[in-house]
Structures are given as structure tokens and as C-alpha cells.
Design a protein around this ligand. Sequence first.
Ligand code: BGC
Length: 747
Amino acid sequence: MNLHTRSLRMNSLSLGIAILSSLALLPAFAQTGSEHKPAWMNNRLSPDERAALVVKEMTLDEKISLLHGTGMATLGPVSPLAVKSNGGAGYVVGIPRLGIPAIQMSDAAYGVRNSGENGRYSTALPDDLAGAASWDLDAAYEYGALIARELRAQGYNMSLGGGINLAREPRNGRTFEYMGEDPVLAGTMVGQVMKGEQAQHVIGDIKHYALNDQESGRNAVNVNIDKRSMRESDLLAFEIGLRESNAAAVMCSYNRVNGDYACENKYLLTDVLKKDWGFKGFVVSDWQATHSAAKASAAGLDHEEPGEIFYGDTMKKAVESGKVPKAELDEHVHRILRSMFASGVIDDPPEKSVVDVEGGFEVAQKIAEQSIVLLRNEHSQLPLEVSKVGSIAVIGAHADVGMISGGGSAQVDPPGGNAIMPPGKGKPAWQAHIWFPTSPLKAIRAKAPHANVQFDPGTDAASAAALAKTADVAIVFAYQWESEGMDLDSLSLPDRQDDLIAKVAAANPNTIVVLETGSPVTMPWADQVSGILEVWYAGSRGADAVARVLFGEVNPSAKLPITFPKSEADLPHPILVKPPKASTTNGEPDAWKTIAKGLPPFQVTYDEGLKVGYKWYDAERKQVLFPFGYGLSYTTYSYSDLKVTPGKSVHLSFKVTNTGDRAGAEVAEVYAVLPESAGEPPKRLVGWSKVKLNAGESKEVKIELDALYLSIFNVERDAWQLIPGDYTFLVGGSSQSLPLKEAVNLK
Ligand code: BGC
């Protein structure tokens, strides 16, 4: 026998063994239609029934394989199986013998991440805070649907987006990834985004659960907060988001909450999420937020990412030794499988295809137009009238070539490359400043082809002011960049831009400031300029949206989802707590080991409690720069005829009239003042409606209020409770402009 035949023999022998062993593992098949398919492929069964049938067939190793990803360099060991990853942040191997596909996860906060790196393309939508500023349910749905379509086209079946940590700390470097400071707004909007995603058959994920409100020391910080405050604010946002959408996954966060890591916190994961809210999906840890097997498993963590530090061999041994009960293991597996069935990724797996680039641009622009907030418009400076503007000075923020975007794991790669780098250069590195190639200068020139439109980079305030002096109008673009992995030092614009704006405003009374920011900023020059637009990180087609607003083709209709304070001194915590050295790593190659073991905690105490955002400024009677819910329009609105009808749920009706001379859309906001005995901040948002109105038109708005939004969380009873008493309802166009008021007694 020569070597060749020997090896052939060996091969056929091992093949025989393999066939025998897989025959032993052959699943129960049922007759469905003309083909033989496993019983769980019958989509008339419920996701739970289908998952239960699969679990019964699985070996211990197969079960363990579903509990973790295949690793990511720098965050622990990488499995050889990772070669089949689609290039996203997470990859969970499938079980082909049972027809269970792999889970391919990609970050997708404002678009699909890493597409450039993987030779693909994705649209950058305006950031999540911008999405929230639209207060537009259809826009939020479309936001999710677009992301999911592009995920599927790129071969992913799970999205890692849906950030809704409330902005207790607006200097948080991820504020742009979240949906502002109010739980009803953030929860409702993320619910729509998730609905849009899951309707496309992508597993949706809401994150970071919970209270990961600052990046500094995120792997070590212990957040202290009382139960009532977290249930009524931070957790309520998740509760609403999940209730609205049945999002299939929740990502637990890096930080500790009241002593335990969020990913091994029984109160958060089991008592509240799984039991009280009846969450049927699975909990996935943030990337390296798992710190144990048995403790995390018992607390309710279902799946570890990115690798298998605890949920691989360690978990297997824990199951074999009985430390982790088999039923607990099966529940984790069941939740993952049931989520896959429920979201349709098994019946309708994604197929790679060409991303609809033009369609993406259209959606991105439409949402940007709905999310731009007009903050100031003295003497009706805006909209600009093409026939009356002979010259425009465009200044600052690389407005000749692009617009800034938010960094970290949310970063969408800029098609066409980073606008301030030479073509083909500028691979988006972690925390690089990425400017999307959408040029405000070009967009403005296109709108005003006969005007003399000049650009000054704004790096020298004197030169910018000199140009501004020669122009009819000066438009200063200003930016504040932020990213995951850092917090802002302050809410001031960086790079001496305050000085630039003040000098330009002194040179030209018709100065308009366009803010590209991820967080609120302070504006020492606010009274000196005639117009201010907050355009956030405006995405792939930001420049066109801004130009259409500047020239009145779009009437601004967005409202602030976050308060703009006058100064950091007015924040609940004027100084952001930084970690001591011992609670950080220096990014050394094996830092993951130290993180896995657990860094020594340091304390951040949210003693402002229920008073998040506007509730703080209201209660403390602090004046703000621009309040929550605020935003101007090129037309004006009036409110009248409020009627409040108590009953099983409270019904409100009122009239909104467009009293100006152009069509617009008004976000009509409803706030409730709870009875004194409830012990609540002065008022809370309980509903809204975005109403489209032609010039002179009136519409009756009807809103049914959710009892949950009027309730308080009673810690002794461990339940929500509607306090009987007098409730006052306030209606209007901003949290500080509420012309309608009516009190009713609720029992
Ligand atoms: C972030 C998550 C992200 C994950 C995967 C983490 O650093 O906190 O939001 O989904 O990485 O990239």
C-alpha cells in the first residue's frame, strides 16, 4: 500500500465514522408539504415551539457554541472559526446540521459600520440624537428599515444599534448615539427604529442596558442610583422601546450598577427585564462586559461577546459540574433560537446584494431635513432669499468639502473617503475625525448660483471676519467632534470657534451659525448672531439638507431632544467624575485579561435621581440656553381648545393652527404635572404629535395617554402606581412654552 492509498483509506474510514456519528445526531424530521423538513422549520409553529424543538436535538457543545462569539483581536482570544465572520463586530457559528444559520452582527447606530474596510458601501444617516430631534415616528421607522436593508445587503442578520442611554451626562462622548434625555421620547423613537429593522428580518438590539452614561472609566465605574429613579427614567426608556417593538436583543453595558456589573446584575437582567417586562429575547454582553460564567448566567446574561472568555469552556465545565443548571443553559439557548425564529432570520436569511446607494441618499437627506433644529432667527434672517442675497461668506469646519461625523463603534465609513484627506487615503481609524464628503459650500452655491459665495477656513478669525465684512450674509459652520471611548472636557466648541464666531458676528450683523455637534454646546455669542441652526452629525447628504433649510425649500420642524444649558456649572454634576488610575488600563495588548477579572470600581452617584434633563432645570429653577422640546419654524403656530377626558386612559384633544404664511409641521407636546403627593419633578413629557399644516390651516389633535406615563414607580410594592389626585396637562410647542393648561382629577 503506498502512502497515497493509505491516506485515502484513512480518509474513507474517518468519513465512515463521521457519517455514523452525524446519523446518530440526525434530528427529528416532520412531513411539511412535499419535502422532508425538520419540524421546527414549520413556520405555523410559534417561535417558542420552534426553538424548543431545536433545543431538544442539540448536543452540549452545540448549545455552548451559541452562547458566545468567535472573538476579536485585542479583546481576547480569537477562534479559528472566526474566518467565516462577515467582518462585523460579532459572529456566532451556526449549526448547519440543524439548519440554524450563523449570527452575523454589525454595529449599526447611524448606518452599517466597517463597510469601507470590507469593500462595501453604506449610507450614513443623521446621528441618533438627530433622529430623535425629528420627533417623527415615520422617520424613525424609516431610519431602522434603511439600516436593516443595508445590513442584509451586506450579509448581516443582526444589528447592534438602538442606543438609548439617557443623557444624564451630556459630555458623554456617545451622546450622539443616544436619543436624548427623556425616556418617553427615547423609548418611543427607538421602538420605531427597531420595528423598522425587524420588519426587514434583522435581529434588533437595544443598548446599553443600563446607566452607561459616561465613557470615562466605563469598564470600572459603579453607578449608584435609587430604584425609583432608574425605573422612571433610564430603565423606562428600555421598557417603552421593548414594549413598542419586541426588539429581540438587549445589550448589557460595561459599567456596574449598585455594586454588580450590568452583565451580571440580577435585578436588571432577570427581575426587571425578563420577569417584570416579560422580555423573551436574549441578553448579549457588550464587547468584554462579561466577568463570570455562573454568576452572569444566574443573573440572566444569555450570550457573551466578542469571544469565549467565560461562556465557552468555562461555561461547559460549569454545566457539567452542575454549577450552572442545565435548565439555565437551555433557557439561554432557547432565547437565542426563539429570537432568530421570531425575527425571521431563519426563514428569510439575508442575501448579499448591491446596496441601494441612491435610495440611501434620499432617506438620509429626508431625515436630516426633519431633524435640523432652528434655534434662533432674529428679524426673520432665515430663510435666505436667493434674489436678495448677492454675496455669502461661508466660514469654518471644512465646509468647503464635508461635514463631521461621530466616532467609535458607531462610525460609518465615508464613501469617497474622509473629505479632508487626499483621495484614497484616510482609512477610518478608531477615533479619527471623519468628515463626510458632503460639501455645504457646494450645496449653497447650487442654491444661489448668481451670488458671490466665498469660503474661508476659519482658522484665522481675523481673516474670516474680513471676508464676512464684505458679504451680505456670513454663514459660520462650527463643529464639536465626539466618540465612544472618550468624554468631552466641556460643552464649549473646540478649536477657538467661539472666538471665530464672535469676531465674524462683530464684522457682519447677518451672521448665521450652523452647528454640527453631537452634544449640546454653550454659546457665549448667541445674542450676537442672527440665526442658529443645530444640524447634529447630519450624515451622507447633510449639506443638501442644510442648504434646503437655509433657502427655505424645507421649513424646519425639529425640536431639541436634549436641553442646551447655559454652562456646565448648571449641570447636575458640574464636574464629570474621572476614574482613578487603578481603574483604567493603558490599552496594553493583554488589557482584556485585567478587564475580564474586573477593575477596581470607582463611584458615580446619580443623586439628581428623577431629575434628568429638563426635569433638573425645572426643579432647580435654572435658566437654560435652549430648552428641551424647543425649535423654531419659518411659520408660527397657535394652540387652542384643550379638552382632557379622564377615563380608563386619559384622552386629550386640542387645536393647532398654522398662523403664518407657509406650510410646516409642528411638534405639539403634552406634559403632565403630577399631584403634589407623587413627589415628582415639576413636569414630564407624556405624549406628542407631529402635525402637518398648510398656511392658515387648523387641525384637531387627539392624543390618548398611556397610564404608564402618568404613573410613578412604587418601590415598596415593586410596581407602577397611578397616584390619585389632580393632574395638570400642559400643551404647546416647547417644554417652556405651554399655552394650554387643564387640570383633571384621576382616581
Ligand atoms: C460598544 C458597543 C458595540 C460593541 C461592538 C463596544 O465597544 O460599546 O456599542 O456594539 O463595541 O463593536
